[in-house]
Design a protein around this ligand. Sequence first.
Ligand SMILES: C[S@@+](CC[C@H](N)C(=O)[O-])C[C@H]1O[C@@H](n2cnc3c(N)ncnc32)[C@H](O)[C@@H]1O
Length: 266
Amino acid sequence: MASNIEAYAELCNITFGYLKSMALDCAIKLGIPKAIHLCGGGASLADILATVPMPESRRPYLPRLMRFLAASGIFSVDLDVAAAGEEGIYRLTPVSRLLVDDDSSLAPFVLTHTGKHLAGAALHLPDWFESDDPAAETPFRMAHGADLWGIMGCGDDAEMMNRLFNAGMASYSRFMMDFVVCERDVFEGLSSLVDVGGGTGTVARTIAGAFPHVKCSVLDLPNVIESIPADADGAVDYIAGDMMKSVPSADAVLLKARNLLHRFIS
Ligand SMILES: C[S@@+](CC[C@H](N)C(=O)[O-])C[C@H]1O[C@@H](n2cnc3c(N)ncnc32)[C@H](O)[C@@H]1O
C-alpha cells in the first residue's frame, strides 16, 4: 500500500513537472530572481512587489507562485515568523543564483527551452509517433511547419527566435566552457579548430582566449553569422555556410550541443 502512495506521489511529480519549468519561466520574465538578488539575496513579498511591476488585481497571487517556486527548489523560504514576518523571506538557492549575474546568467538558456516554439513542439510527440508524414521529420516540424533553423532564418518570428536562441546557446556555452578549457590536454598539439554549428562564437572565442596558438573559426548558418556584431574582436573567423554541404578544414572539428532531446524539439 505504502509503495502505491509513493508511486502516486512520483506520478504527480512527473505529471505536474511542466509547471516547474513554466513557473521558472514566469519568475525570470517577471525579474524575481534579480529582485531578490538586489535585496541582498533575501526578500519579503513586499520587497519583491516594490521592484516587480504587477497590477493590483494580480498581487494576491504572488505568494502562491513564490511558494510553488520554493517547493521546487528555485528559491528557499524562511518562514520563521519571528525572524521573517508572516509572509516569509524568500532567498536565492544555488539554482536561482545561476540566473542573476549580468555577465554569466543562464536565464537566456532557460527561456530558449521554455518558450512556445521548443516547449510547444514537445506537445506534438504522440501525434508525431503515430504519423507517417515524411514532411513531419521531427515533432518541431509537425508543430511549426519548419525546423528551428528555418524559423530562425525567415518569417514573423525569425528576429525574436534568433535573439532568444543565440543568447540561450551563448549563456550555456559561457558556463560550460569554464570547465572545458581546464582540460588543457585536449587542445595540445592543435593549431586550428572549426566549431561547426558554433552559433555566435562563444565557445570558439573562449578557446581562442585560453589557447592563443589555436586558430579558431566558426561555421554556422548565414542568419546566425549575420547577427554577430561587427565589432567582434577578430580573434575568431566567422564563416556562413551549411555544414551539410561542406566544412572548412582544420586540425579539429568541434560539434557541441546536439543531444537526444534536441532531435525531438528542434
Ligand atoms: C544547438 S545549437 C548549438 C550552438 C553551439 N554549438 C553551442 O553549443 O552553443 C546548433 C547550432 O547549429 C547551427 N546549424 C543548424 N543547422 C546547420 C547547418 N546545416 N549548417 C551550419 N550550422 C547549422 C544552428 O544555427 C545553431 O547555431
